[in-house]
Ligand binder design. Sequence first.
Ligand code: ZN
Length: 169
Amino acid sequence: MTEADETLLLDLLNTTPVVDGTRQDLLSDAGAGRRWLTAHGQPSSEAEWRTALGVRAALQDIVRGDGTPASLAPFVEGVFSRASFGENGVAWTVELPKGRSAAARAVLAWDALRVSHPGRLRPCANPECRLFLIDHSKPNSARWCSMAVCGNRLKARRHYQRTRPARED
Ligand SMILES: [Zn+2]
């Protein structure tokens, strides 16, 4: 898995943010979806957009602990590795099916993370936030999609609750 694949996966998961209290979908129509795919170096047909929506829903459920990995099976159908002989040895190229290329790539990135960094892909700890993060910190202690946004907001709220006088009733 390349860094670009990991970025593709995380960015795809994060295409349904909450902005000013309202849930948004950055891939809400074919035009927006195709532009997003192009920006991520992916083929940008309408079929690609539709399967990206499907895999996004399945992956979001799984990472939130609501879904089963078996729901990802259709998205890797037809993926295979092709061997060729390079200068010094065998080189492998992953062939992705047409119309499901971005979706398959996201699943492969999810699986590579599952193996190499178990539990590091997770939802932001702010319950009002719909974003995800990949924790690359050594102590595995990252909890927020962004310290600047969610981390500080929750810290400020806790501080407010701590310093408010206790009610006596
Ligand atoms: Zn967040």
